[in-house]
Design a protein around this ligand. Structure first.
Ligand code: C2E
Ligand code: MG
Ligand code: MG
Length: 633
């Protein structure tokens, strides 16, 4: 009985692990099935070992030779099966799936040989025999079962090492550690076959495998127990690897960042948790993923009634989500994808989906529209622009176009705005409205902005600049650039390098970025101290706030094109009054988007200092601008 008391805690622990594992949400992927197989085999090894010991202890008293044979054979058979499962699991940790039939039989050979030898034991006493006096006795090939495990571990280690680049470093250590423990266990079994601590090693290996690859936490999002992006990647990889079909409906909470600002992070987090639970309960048969930033995906390998689900969700989102403290009004936009998309990389499928979700999440697509990733050029378009952007930035090919700024009082060109341009493969210009948002999301805006700034510095220190007689060039600064803690340092260094006078450069920041002003104020202050002046761009397009304006270092306000256009067509007292207030606060004012003489006259009449627009000129390549505006002395 003493021996049994060692086994019982092991059985209890593996049972707890098994029950816990089964009770957690699990992905239907192969590595999980292999691990479940290991857990069950581990349990059977312990149970059959217990049974064999139990019978052996009682052997002397009653004659149970056949039973003892059966118990030990069963125990060693489960042992062999477990060795094979350890190997299958190990190869899956590096995403090696042995699907070829011939190869499958080849890797089963050690298992088959060991099994055959074991089954011959009854007749020939090869692995063990049952002595009438002592019960279980080792045969000449007693070491064959641990040797079988050793062979599998050796193949596993070779596979893991050769495919190590497929997994992260901690995963690699997990996979190798797990096998190292198995080596110790099997060597011990060969040299000390009756030590019961051997099971302890396989048990430790199971725990390492669990913590490194099977811990449900690694595949679960932290909101509401749905799966995360890593889980989606694992499932997609398997679908793509098997060439099997899949369908998915993604949706995004529209204006997610804005909503976070309005409701507060914790409220939105609660909302996301509620949505996750709702989806899990409503669609228990489908997989639900939450990919962060308000992006959800409902996924299935087979049938997914995308249109019905979309209808149901649209309906649900018409209602509010009641958290403890508030009612959240959330709206959603949808994207659908399917295996037809022909993309052979899970990363690319997920990237495209996220790009699409970000795009529709920030745009005005209505509930009833849905972006279809299989039938759309939009994503290709984004990917193309991203490619052109990276190419231009990496090869210093970002071009600077200049658009004149006119003094309203003299009618003379007094300055210019520098506007970035890049080209596609055919040399056609891509509009900043398309590439700036992409550059901001990918971080490329920093290098792009620096190139525009560098080229502007070179220009304002050149003869060409003097020839045009203009006094300043405006450079646009994205709030993303200002969030970098080294922005001012780098800009000041560039300015010094090209000996550009800072008074000749005005930096434009859009009104939208005032929401983030606390985050950017330090860089703006440093730049101001270095002598740069600041313009507020696109004023009137967002939540214009006159009271707060005085805390910011602007000297000039640029009225947004839409505000100018609206006033010029519809009149009304708002714009003139706004202008009065701004003038009293000491700002000079620029009107953007002046396309006709009437517009220019109207804006001049209400006191605009500067005018900019197609009436005077479209943005021109720098050389053309210089040719057009050079003064002939
Ligand atoms: P923005 O700074 O407000 O620039 C003015 C935009 O209005 C320019 O568009 C210009 O071509 C356009 N525009 C000027 N006059 C007229 C007109 O009379 N009618 C019409 N319909 N449009 C006019 P563009 O060059 O496409 O640039 C769009 C936006 O992209 C810019 O708006 C600016 O926010 C951003 N951007 C451009 N270059 C850069 C850059 O180097 N860095 C950053 N961060 N943003 C940039
Ligand atoms: Mg601007
Ligand atoms: Mg503007």
């Amino acid at each position: 009985m003493d021996e049994l008391t060692i086994i019982i805690p092991g059985i209890a622990t593996i049972l707890v692990l098994l029950v816990y594992y089964l009770s957690q949400p699990r992905l239907p992927i192969r590595i999980n099935r292999a691990f479940l197989g290991i857990l069950i085999a581990e349990l059977f090894v312990m149970l059959t070992e217990g049974a064999a010991i139990y019978v052996n202890v009682r052997f002397q008293t009653s004659n149970m030779r056949e039973l003892l044979y059966a118990a030990n054979t069963l125990f060693l058979l489960t042992h062999i099966a477990r060795s094979y499962l350890f190997f299958i699991f190990s190869s899956m940790t590096v995403k090696v799936y042995i699907t070829k039939r011939s190869l499958r039989w080849l890797v089963r050979t050690p298992m088959i040989i060991t099994t055959a030898l074991l089954l011959s034991t009854y007749q020939f006493g090869t692995v063990f025999s049952i002595d009438r006096k002592f019960g279980y006795t080792d045969g000449p090939l007693y070491w064959i079962t641990p040797a079988c495990l050793l062979v599998y571990v050796a193949i596993s280690v070779c596979i893991i090492i050769s495919k190590r680049q497929r997994i992260s470093e901690p995963e690699l250590y997990g996979a190798l550690g797990f096998n190292a423990i198995l080596i110790i266990g099997s060597v011990l079994r060969i040299y000390a076959p009756h030590s019961l601590t051997v099971n302890l090693f396989t048990f430790i290996a199971v725990i390492i495998g669990y913590l490194s690859f099977e811990n449900p936490g690694i595949y679960l999002s932290d909101r509401g127990g749905v799966f995360n992006k890593r889980a989606m990647k694992a499932v997609l990889e398997e679908c793509i690897g098997n060439n099997s079909t899949y369908r998915a409906l993604g949706f995004v909470l529209r204006g997610y960042m804005e909503e976070r600002r309005i409701y507060g992070s914790s409220q939105i987090d609660r909302g996301i948790t509620m949505i996750s639970y709702y989806l899990k309960n409503k669609y228990p048969k489908h997989l639900i993923f939450y990919l962060r930033n308000g992006h959800f995906v409902i996924f299935d390998k087979e049938a997914l009634n995308i249109f019905r689900i979309r209808e149901e969700l649209s309906e649900r989102f018409r209602d509010t989500w009641k958290t403890r403290d508030t009612d959240l009004f959330l709206s959603v936009s949808f994207v659908k994808i399917g295996a037809e998309s022909n993309i052979k990389s899970a990363d690319v499928v997920i990237d495209n989906l996220i790009i699409a979700l970000e795009k529709i999440g920030g745009s005005a697509i209505t509930d009833n529209e849905m972006l279809d990733l299989d039938n759309t050029n939009e994503i290709d378009e984004v990917v193309k622009i991203k490619g052109a952007l990276e190419y231009a930035v990496d090869n210093d090919l970002v071009e600077v176009f200049l658009q004149p700024i006119i003094s309203a009082s003299t009618g003379q060109t007094i300055g210019a705005e520098a506007l970035a341009r890049i080209r596609d493969e055919e040399g056609k210009i891509i509009s900043p409205a398309q590439f700036i948002p992409i550059a901001e999301k990918s971080g490329y805006i920093n290098m792009l902005g620096e190139q525009v700034f560098t080229k502007t510095c070179q220009f304002v220190n050149s003869n060409s600049f003097s020839k045009t007689g203009i006094k300043f060039v405006n450079v646009n600064l994205s709030p993303i650039q200002c969030m970098r803690s080294d922005l001012s340092e780098r800009f000041i260094a560039i300015m010094r390098k090209y000996k550009a006078e800072p008074e000749r450069i005005h930096l434009e920041i859009t009104e939208q970025s005032m929401g983030d002003f606390d985050a950017i104020v330090k860089q703006v202050d440093n730049l101001k101290r270095a002598g740069f002046r600041f313009s507020l761009d696109d004023f009137g397009s967002g939540y214009s706030n006159l009271t707060r304006l005085k805390y910011y270092p602007f000297f000039n306000v640029k009225l947004d094109m839409d505000v100018v256009r609206d006033y010029c067509s519809n009149g009304g007292p708002f714009v003139p009054n706004l202008m009065n207030a701004l003038k009293q606060m000491g700002y000079t004012i620029t009107a953007e988007g002046i396309e006709t003489k009437e517009m220019a006259d109207k804006m001049k009449a209400i006191g605009c200092d500067y005018l900019q627009g197609y009436l005077y000129s479209k943005p021109l390549p720098t050389e053309e601008f210089v040719l057009k505006y050079s003064r002939i002395f």
